[in-house]
Design a protein around this ligand. Structure first.
Ligand code: SAH
Ligand code: SF4
Length: 347
């Protein structure tokens, strides 16, 4: 019998499983607390549980935990990047950043990615598999334990497209925001999508108080379809309509991500066109100096063109920030560390 993934279970599922094993209700509360508050990695660490029960739990369940394969600490700021290995030989990345309002973790939701964006390292080598809720949680639990700190914010902006792993991501959100677990409020969680429009409406139906980030990266279909294949399935108008509805119905400001690439999407004309497109949408634009990925060939926009682009958006009444590049010495952007490790393994 295959052992069940106990960390991915909701409290209700766990209670039911343990009930079927003849255990009283309080055991579910105890075990859930060990798994999601104390974040243990073995049943043996559960000190208020008898040896007999530990054996039963070991016979029926596994506690998933990532293994730290590599850990890089930035010399410039305290950004930490992890490469984790999974039991099936796959690799995952996550980054912990120290912002003035607390520690933020950027986690992965898939191994690889199907979406094929022209500028992104995550999709190199294609899509491998979905991550389970426990594999998403374990990135946080492992980093917290290793760094002896408490994570207070989560961004789903690592490797993978979270809305292409919808059910597992929803379960992850339920577990991580549960008062009986880490209890990270939805307002402290951001989910970033490349724009799978039907799933944005599904997310809206959940009425979660999280921040929706949308990777826009272009002011029109011509440019966007060249760099983001997803645009051929759902174009900018469909995407922005979904964003508008999302903003209106949740009263939450959407954050548009815009990676600045030299000669691709960074001209003053692009800034004017983008301003027109975003008129009337409750939003904020986050300009990201693009990370250069050797295989992809794009170049980062110059500081001057980023400043000019920002000022045009601002003149047109948009709220704009330029993302600080944290951990620039440790390749702290998604997919790059895994890409290097795979190359190394194939040598
Ligand atoms: N798949 C989701 C979330 C993960 S990517 C999405 O695409 O939104 C997280 C963010 O990093 C996205 O905004 C993505 O477009 C951006 N990104 C990917 N590669 C990048 C690069 N080379 N430079 C700058 N931003 C990049
Ligand atoms: Fe996937 Fe996001 Fe990278 Fe596009 S930018 S390939 S959707 S991870």
């Amino acid at each position: 019998m295959e052992k069940k993934d106990i960390v991915s279970m909701s409290f209700e599922e766990l209670s039911k499983e343990l009930g079927e094993m003849g255990l009283p209700k309080f055991r579910a509360t105890q075990i859930y607390d060990w798994l999601h508050k104390k974040c243990v990695t073995s049943f043996e660490e559960m000190t208020n549980i008898s040896k007999d029960l530990i054996k039963k739990l070991n016979d029926n369940f596994v506690i998933f935990a990532c293994t730290i394969e590599k850990k890089l600490v930035s010399r410039y700021d305290s950004t930490v990047k992890y490469l984790f290995s999974l039991p099936d030989g796959e690799y995952l990345e996550c980054v912990v950043m120290d912002y003035k309002y607390g520690h933020t973790i950027c986690i992965s939701t898939q191994v690889g990615c199907k979406m094929g964006c022209a500028f992104c390292a995550s999709g190199i080598g294609g899509f491998k598999r979905q991550l389970t809720p426990s594999e998403m949680l374990s990135q946080i639990y492992t980093a917290q334990r290793d760094l002896s700190l408490r994570i207070s914010r989560i961004v789903l902006m690592g490797m993978g497209e979270p809305l292409d792993n919808f059910d597992n991501v929803m379960r992850f959100l339920e577990l991580v925001s549960d008062e009986r677990g880490l209890n990270i409020g939805m307002r402290h969680i951001s989910l970033s999508t490349s724009g799978i429009v039907p799933r944005i409406y599904d997310l809206l139906d959940k009425r979660l108080q999280l921040t929706l980030s949308v990777s826009l990266h272009a002011p029109n279909n011509e440019i966007r379809s060249k760099i983001m294949p997803v645009n051929k399935s759902w174009d900018i108008d469909e995407l922005l309509n979904a964003c508008k509805t999302y903003g209106e119905e949740t009263s939450r400001r959407i954050s548009f991500e815009y990676a600045m690439m030299k000669g691709v999407n960074d001209t003053p004309e692009c800034a004017e066109e983008l301003s027109k497109r975003l008129k009337g949408i409750l939003c904020h634009v986050n300009l990201i100096p693009a990370n250069e990925v050797p295989e992809k060939g794009h170049e980062r926009s110059t500081d001057n063109s980023i400043v000019q682009f920002k000022s045009i958006l601002e003149k047109n009444g948009l709220a704009v920030t330029v993302r600080r590049t944290l951990g620039s010495d440790i390749n702290a952007s998604c997919g790059q560390l895994r890409r290097e490790k795979i190359k190394e393994d194939n040598k």
